[in-house]
Ligand binder design. Structure first.
Ligand code: ZN
Length: 141
């Protein structure tokens, strides 16, 4: 990777029916700390972030029945939804993928949780794993 310093697993997205119920396992039983809960209107979801080492678990709950998460759960049930990879510069990353003919869900970055720039890569191009690229809003550690 050209961007070794900033590239890492930003978070693992887990689709859940209800965040409050999922916290009974992730927070109460497993012992992770709940950093924050946030509504991402653009994606029709509520997300809860729980730091775990250098990365985070992102619990994702649909905020209406048309949400992509509602459709995912209806089809496949709750479970791992995506892996988010942090990149230093999301436009450069998207350009590189496009150049290689990788099928993208988002050709242009949009704003996700925490005010980050995000874009999804189509699972048909990745061997079945939905990948989210994330560029942090402020500091790029
Ligand atoms: Zn995510």
């Amino acid at each position: 990777m050209r961007d070794e310093k900033s590239t890492r697993i930003e978070h693992i997205g887990v689709a859940v029916n209800r965040i409050e119920e999922a916290l009974a396992f992730w927070r109460d039983a497993l012992g992770l700390e709940l950093a924050h809960v946030e509504e991402v209107a653009d994606q029709r979801v509520r997300v809860a972030m729980l730091p775990i080492g250098e990365t985070r678990i992102e619990l994702i709950e649909a905020s209406d029945t048309e949400s992509p998460i509602a459709k995912f759960i209806a089809k496949r049930g709750p479970g791992i939804h995506h892996i988010a990879v942090r990149v230093g510069d999301i436009r450069t990353a998207l350009a590189r993928l496009k150049e290689r003919g990788v099928r993208l869900i988002d050709e242009e970055p949009r704003i996700g949780a925490d005010g980050c720039s995000i874009a999804f890569i189509h699972p048909s191009a990745t061997g079945g794993v939905l990948i989210e690229l994330v560029e942090r809003a402020e500091r790029k550690s």
